[in-house]
Ligand binder design. Sequence first.
Ligand code: NAD
Ligand code: DAU
Length: 349
Amino acid sequence: MKQMLVTGGCGFIGTNFIRYLLEDSDFQGRIINVDSLTYAGNPENLADIQERFPERYCFVKADICDLEALETVFERHAIDTVCHFAAESHVDRSIVRPDAFIRTNIVGTFNLLQMAKKHKDRILLFHHISTDEVFGSLGKNGVFTEETPYRPNSPYSASKAASDHLVRAYHKTYGLPITVSNCSNNYGPYQFPEKLVPLMILNALEGKPLPVYGDGKNVRDWLYVKDHCRAIWLIMKKGKRGETYNIGGNSEVENIRMVEMICDLVDERVGKPETGSRRALITFVKDRPGHDRRYAIDFTKLKETLHWYPEESLSTGIRKTLQWYLEHREWVNRVRSGEYQAWIREHYG
Ligand code: NAD
Ligand code: DAU
């Protein structure tokens, strides 16, 4: 893998993945990062990477729904590997405005597959990043395995399910070498503060209400983003072509427990306010429509065949994440105020 097209590299997981590949892994090749820079994409995340690895990192501002732009990327660069992160990723947004999810997650993935098929003679792998949400919702017991039937419940998860099926179909029909990974909830550096963990960390630090949906007893499985990146790279190198791998954190927790844990850690790290524990900021709000009750991932296949296991526990991972947000208040301010969009306009038009 010498020339890797990474889509959505300016988002949360994409940024961490590019950093991991160039800084920490045995990847020797070059990365072409294609990102259209939506509200969730911030090229400032990788500004130092651009300076430190000018020969091995290149950014192209392009929309994966723009087939002509993709044609140009494939013509200019001898891409042999695709790692596809680009997506609309936030469930709440998909409930209010599903259009962009259908466009990017389904049509965008289709375009990339068409490009990979066109250049199949040089494509070694198309790796597709997906989610455990495609499997739907679990009751008190049970886990998602690679064989669990798809039952997506939100426009977001339905659009991701459609993209997973397309990727699989391009393998079965056209022999495209693919792998797919379905991962649980990620948290860590560079996550846009609309998602539960960064939102709660920042609101807790600022003494703002902590909105918990419904009764707070929905369960998610949490994985530190660097562990996800390690798993992806391992699957790309050693995973069986045509196969799917579940990735999980072995860290199932009710939302309310997660929020209480964040409150306690913030109290411990920066001191309790005069009014007492930050847990008092927790506010139960109207539930998310179609809110999946529980996710739990069985990642035995990844563990047994590729010997991957998460390195961070929830406690160590959340502490690292809190530390990162404390040290990157300027990043948070720029992302929240949309100031980085001005930087994008200045640099990329
Ligand atoms: P994110 O929202 O932080 O980043 C998405 C990136 O894609 C942004 O940089 C955005 O600008 C870019 N993008 C969006 N539309 C585009 C388009 N049309 N063309 C080009 N670029 C476009 O998302 P994330 O949390 O980093 O998730 C990355 C991938 O991982 C997604 O496919 C998501 O479904 C999947 N995933 C996320 C999680 C999670 O917990 N965040 C868990 C499992 C799987
Ligand atoms: O499971 C993987 C998925 O995890 C990814 O595919 C998605 O891209 C990613 O956004 C994430 O989806 P969730 O909906 O699980 O993540 P979110 O951070 O939005 O919410 C986590 C849980 O917390 C969920 O049960 C809803 C709840 N929640 C969320 C927010 C933002 C709250 O109670 N209050 C909130 O303010």
